[in-house]
Design a protein around this ligand. Structure first.
Ligand SMILES: Cc1cc2nc3c(=O)[nH]c(=O)nc-3n(C[C@H](O)[C@H](O)[C@H](O)COP(=O)(O)OP(=O)(O)OC[C@H]3O[C@@H](n4cnc5c(N)ncnc54)[C@H](O)[C@@H]3O)c2cc1C
Length: 525
């Protein structure tokens, strides 16, 4: 069980025990660190101020990718690391990290030339150790247009197909959180670090506000890691250690179109003509398109797409694909996330490196920022190596072995096994819940499927609000908004019952869901 009851039990333990490591932030970075640390033998707690994956880790392009464009920036080390990690993460969660062939159209008057692309993709495959059968294939103009008939043909001179992986970022994060829990870490959502506790100017703990119950408590740990993504600098400020390098936040927006409005046959990575590239990714009944990359200085708690963002994306789609001109009215939903990048003087948003960096303060606070979803495991390994080196050199701890800890229980040994499982259960259930799809379907014999899913998430995924369920556990807000609007009426009363809410709380939750829907379709500014 990993439920609201588990949460209360863990909070009691937080107050009475002390820990080797406290991780701040339940995005993919913090989740990865907690799993790595606990599996090596460190007594680890993790606190997240909203829900797990509330921040950037539910608002990415949802690709486990090598980052082709980093080749252009000559970041070979980064491409090698994240490129090789793709296959590892696929192996750890083959139901959730799915192979996805990407089409790269080449144009006469813009973007890369054929020779350079051919060489670049070869290098990309080589750096990442891609299997021969998955390596890049160059296409003629005719083959490119056959591969994607929706492409506006006038300027196309050819193309390439190369291998990437697609995921659901929030689901990947929750699976890593749960795997961490199975391996001994204690992760809790809706608990915010409001201050640090010091002894002799060394950080030895944190003051926590349980946002759900409006209570406060202290937690003590030998080592403290700040993995708060876009909020990393706020915690460094709290620690009075924000010196030298600082974060540079950029916003990235995706729009969601019904599949019939943009019926691309496969994932496409296309040149926009202004030096940027964007993705169009089909997924079940929708196609999503993104991303933008603009400097951001407003609220980190509420990040939404502006009119300018969606106009930019719609313009790119309308120029690239045939068919009726798409407008704002065709957009079903959207999301916007913040990249927690490291500031580099004189560089534009798109030019900033995506590499992660670790900062150590005089008080002992360790902060990590930058990076990618794809590289979460290696980032975690580096941070935990540092923690062990600083505080636990004498302890008998294992070396990092997260490359062999499956992210489901029971896990799938291979992708063909997932494909076989999909013959028994719908792709949605298998890709969302993995092997737990079977229990959910069994439960659905006596209730609606959505309520069987809710039961599963309440019991096993620490769901505390209807938004946790509809946005981050099932992805309904992004991928099936109708399911959210119709499912809300049956879900809310069950949550009220199971979580002991009063009527006012249930109405607040209903309002919050309606606001999320409205804000995902209302583009201002
Ligand atoms: C538009 C966009 C597209 C992207 N696409 C991809 C992609 O396709 N593939 C890829 O590999 N990478 C991609 N990335 C990068 C990737 O999404 C991020 O690197 C990653 O999600 C960052 O995770 P994180 O855990 O560091 O931050 P977050 O996910 O933001 O997690 C930090 C968490 O810390 C919590 N927190 C903050 N303050 C406190 C506090 N005081 N107390 C407790 N908790 C706190 C926050 O609530 C938050 O949940 C993309 C990024 C963006 C913005």
């Amino acid at each position: 069980m990993f439920s609201s009851q588990t949460r209360s039990d863990l909070i009691k333990r937080f107050q009475s025990e002390s820990f080797d490591l406290l991780v701040i932030g339940g995005g993919i970075t913090g989740a990865g660190i907690a799993l790595d640390a606990a599996s090596r033998g460190l007594k680890t707690a993790l606190v997240e101020k909203h829900d797990f994956a509330f921040g950037t880790s539910s608002r990415s392009t949802k690709l486990i990718h090598g980052g082709l464009r980093y080749l252009k920036q000559l970041e070979f080390g980064l491409v090698r690391e994240v490129g090789s990690e793709r296959a590892v993460v696929h192996q750890l969660a083959p139901h959730l990290v799915l192979p996805e062939k990407m089409l790269l159209p080449l144009y006469e008057k813009r973007g890369f030339g054929s020779m350079l692309t051919s060489f670049g993709l070869k290098l990309y495959d080589w750096l990442a150790g891609v299997k021969p059968e998955d390596q890049r294939r160059m296409l003629t103009r005719k083959q490119t247009l056959k591969s994607e008939p929706l492409l506006q043909p006038s300027d196309i001179k050819g193309g390439a197909i190369y291998a990437e992986y697609r995921t659901d970022d929030a689901r990947l994060t929750i699976e890593i959180i749960k795997t961490g829990f199975r391996n001994g870490s204690l992760p809790v959502n809706y608990c915010e670090v409001t201050d640090f506790i010091y002894e002799d100017q060394v950080v030895v703990g944190a003051k926590i506000r349980d946002v759900y119950n409006n209570k406060s408590f202290d937690i003590r740990a030998k080592a403290i890691v700040n993995a708060a993504g876009p909020w990393v600098d706020e915690l460094r400020e709290m620690d009075q250690s924000k010196k030298g390098k600082r974060l540079h936040l950029t916003k990235g927006v995706h729009i969601v179109l019904p599949r019939e409005k943009l019926p691309v046959k496969q994932a496409i990575y296309f040149d926009v003509g202004d030096g940027r590239m964007i993705f169009a990714i089909p997924r079940d009944r929708i196609t999503y398109v993104g991303t933008t990359d603009t400097n951001y200085n407003a609220s980190k708690e509420q990040v939404y797409a502006s009119k300018e963002d969606v106009d930019y994306l719609l313009d790119a789609v309308n120029k690239t694909f045939n068919g009726p001109t798409l407008t704002v009215n065709d957009i079903e939903s959207s999301w916007a996330g913040l990249r927690p990048l490291i500031h580099e003087e004189g560089k534009s948003a798109s030019e900033l490196s995506r590499k992660d960096e670790i900062f150590e303060s005089d008080s002992g606070l360790i902060s990590i920022a930058g990076g990618k979803l794809t590289g979460y495991r290696k980032m975690a390994e580096r941070v935990v190596d540092l923690v062990i080196d600083k505080y636990f050199q004498e302890a008998e701890l294992k070396r990092c072995y997260t490359a062999s800890i499956p992210l489901t229980n029971p896990g799938f040994s291979s992708y063909p096994e997932v494909e076989k499982f999909k013959q028994r259960f719908t792709p949605y259930l298998v890709h969302t819940y993995g092997s737990a799809a079977e229990q959910i379907v069994n439960k659905a014999q006596t209730k609606d499927l959505i309520l069987a899913e809710l039961d599963h998430c309440l019991d096993n995924e620490m769901v505390l609000s209807a938004s946790d369920f509809f946005i981050r556990r099932t992805g309904s807000l992004f991928f099936n908004i109708t399911r959210m609007t119709t499912g809300m009426e049956s879900v809310l009363p069950v949550m009220k019952d199971r979580l002991g809410w009063d009527q006012t709380k249930m109405e607040e939750e209903r309002q919050r869901l309606s606001d999320s829907i409205k804000l995902s379709r209302q583009f201002v500014g």
